[in-house]
Design a protein around this ligand. Structure first.
Ligand code: GUN
Ligand code: FE
Length: 438
């Protein structure tokens, strides 16, 4: 008989998605106005309306959260932990911003203690914002990834990260070589991939900072370890796209550079994808690759307004990323809010259910993790947050006017931020409590 070391339930409103609303419509959304989430051994044992689930056996403690809402942990599909300290850096677009702020900031991560310090601040921020999983850039230094994984492991989090590969067009102290990048990545994969809840992503920064040789060796790693991820940037900014054309004159387009190296597949996540031709959209869809849309970053760096409807029509998988430090918030609520506004500027509507899907189950599906995270169905890992629906006077007042769950969701999309997140749980354990200790 297995021992049950954790057996408790939470009674609150509960909301999660069980399918893609673009396919399943309203049936994708499960909402219980008076719900119970029952956790055993770090996993969801049962979820449903209180009048079906209660009473529970006497051993199960039930915590009541009136006017709170339980949602699955957010999944941030693209973020740079080393850039936490340079969020809100003024005045530049992508390429100048990299030179002026990013590279000097990342140069400090050769120091393992510094890396660990920033990793802890970063993870605190994720959890304060109800984010329990992220696909994370390190720096070129292997120590940066060791520090990050060690910190995530201690907190029991499900995280994906990798060492940046960069062998040209950056300051010398930030360069590896095609060979050392390959070898260092391999050591990190052996050390971390599959340890507890940690997984590795091969992480060439973007085409301009890697030689074709380096990209090819990145593809080699993916062949050697087929369950790794590929994480990079794609077609974010006009100057970048032009530069890629100059650096890879024989490539058909930006994505072709990655395709030629064997980097485009179902476990590949491309941040941005703002400036793509029809053919690139088609090829992304065929490969079942994912675009991580990062709206706060696209607005902050003035990168452009992504055509989400076109990507979706092509069948490209979409997830949401904060892209901190180019992104301006760790909150997936703020990210959904800005995503909505970008589509407004294009004359399109982003349905709040769809946005919520991109931030939870859709992101989990893109990362091939929907069997263990993304919603609160029985058997899933118990990663969730408890939102205080009275976190601000305006929220209380505005929610009083809501007549259905769709309106509730859109108000949260628009007004939500870290103030709502009362507590965050990972594998059933409290890892953040607002204004207190975990
Ligand atoms: N493209 C290459 N590197 C970066 C980065 O650090 N941030 C963003 N937003 N785009 C990039
Ligand atoms: Fe980025």
């Amino acid at each position: 008989m297995t021992t049950i070391y954790d057996n408790r339930a939470y009674r609150a409103r509960i909301l999660h998605l069980v399918a893609d609303p673009a396919e399943a419509g309203d049936a994708a959304l499960h909402y219980y106005e008076d719900g119970v989430l029952w956790i055993q051994n770090g996993h969801v044992h049962a979820v449903g309306p209180a009048d079906e689930i209660l009473p529970l056996p006497y051993q199960v403690s039930v915590r009541e959260y009136p006017n709170h809402l339980i949602i699955p942990g957010f999944i941030d599909a693209h973020v740079h932990y080393p850039q936490t300290g340079m969020i809100a850096s003024y005045g530049e677009q992508l390429l100048n911003w990299l030179n002026a702020y990013t590279f000097p900031t990342e140069a400090a991560f050769g120091n393992a203690e510094h890396a660990r310090h920033i990793a802890e601040i970063f993870l605190d921020e994720l959890l304060r914002n109800g984010t329990t999983t992220a696909l994370v850039f390190g720096t070129v230094h292997p120590q940066s990834v060791d520090a990050f994984f060690a910190a995530a492991k201690e907190r029991g989090l499900r995280m994906i990260a990798g060492k940046v590969l960069m062998d040209r067009n950056a300051p010398d102290e930030l360069l590896d070589t095609a060979q050392t990048g390959y070898e260092q990545s391999k050591k990190l994969i052996e050390r971390w991939h599959g340890v507890d809840r940690l997984q590795y992503a091969v992480t060439p920064r973007f085409a301009p900072t890697s030689t074709p040789e380096q990209l090819k060796l990145a593809g080699q790693l993916l062949k050697e370890y087929p369950d790794l991820y590929l994480h990079t940037h794609l077609a974010e900014n006009h100057g970048e796209v032009k530069w890629v054309k100059e650096l890879f004159p024989t490539a058909k387009h930006y994505l072709d550079v990655y395709e030629q190296a064997g980097l485009v597949g179902p476990r590949s996540v491309f941040a941005h994808g703002v400036h793509l031709c029809e053919e690139q959209c088609e090829r992304l869809a065929q490969a079942k690759a994912t675009v991580a849309h990062c709206p706060t970053s696209n607005l902050f760096l003035g990168s452009g307004l992504i055509d989400l409807a076109r990507l979706r029509q092509h069948g490209v998988g979409v997830a949401l990323g904060t892209d901190v430090g180019a992104g301006t918030s760790f909150s997936l609520f703020k990210t959904m809010d800005e995503a909505y506004k970008i589509q407004q500027l294009r004359g399109q509507k982003l349905d709040p259910m769809q946005a919520f899907y991109f931030a939870t189950l859709g992101s989990a599906t893109a990362l091939k993790l929907d069997h263990c995270i993304g919603n609160l169905l029985p058997g899933k890992e118990a990663d969730f947050s408890i939102l205080d629906l009275d976190a601000t006077p305006l929220l209380t007042f505005r929610l009083q006017q809501c007549r259905d769950v769709r309106q509730l969701l859109f108000v949260l999309n628009t007004l939500g931020d870290d103030r709502l997140v009362q507590a965050t749980y990972a594998l059933g354990k409290c890892v953040h409590r607002r204004g207190g200790h975990g």
